[in-house]
Write a protein that binds this ligand. Sequence first.
Ligand code: SF4
Length: 259
Amino acid sequence: MQTVLFHETIFGPIHSRRLGTSLGINLMPRDGKVCSFDCLYCEAGYNAQGNGTTGIPRHAEVKKQLSAKLKQLKAEGVNIDVITFSGNGEPTLHPEFKTIVHDTLTLRNHYFPEAKVCVLSNATMASRPSVAEALKMVDCNILKLDSAIYRTFKRLNRPVSPNVLPEGIIDDLKQFDGRCIVQTMMVRGEHDGEPVDNTTDEEIDALIAAYTEIRPQEVMLYTIDRPTPERNLQKISPEEMQRIAARIEAAGIKVQVNA
Ligand code: SF4
């Protein structure tokens, strides 16, 4: 199994194909993974690897490290396009997420006022008021929806709680009144002998219906770029990605393709 963990709380800057030059913030352990999903394609590996030994960083430590890194980058003349919450799991699970977002916006305004603050989230915590408030404060509120059909959602994203359903995620995304970007991983393959495919006509129709309800600023479509813990997954070709994007755009939804 391929496992790529971020071994620091503040990491990068790295080049992100979707976001540009990105300084990352990992609010999860530095030697393990914590997530409310367990996606077959997760670049951090499966949850079964465990949550490590370091624990999660407190907000004062994140603030201190981020401030030092931004100061250093400024002094070196290194520019960044974005500060991104991602890393070894789901950032909104951090109990001090809203405070940390507030600190990050303050530091961004001081050191790199042109940079955006983005959160990559699986949206499972978006029903929690403090998380929703924090997500409304950032520049790019990027929330995952890979399938609107339960069978595929369960096989591909493998939510830890059986109570997490695509309908609930879609309802939670609607609360942002369009101030969100929906990211969808397009993939097909199999896991434990069962097919997994969110590129079928049925899947795309269900996603279009969900996007139409959510009314996001845009949909980010992407596909596999690196080795995945489930080896039997296929990258979708650029031509097929464009065909899927065209169907979604025909429904009046803006799409960005990263293939
Ligand atoms: S939601 Fe993100 S971090 Fe969590 S398992 Fe899926 S890809 Fe990995």
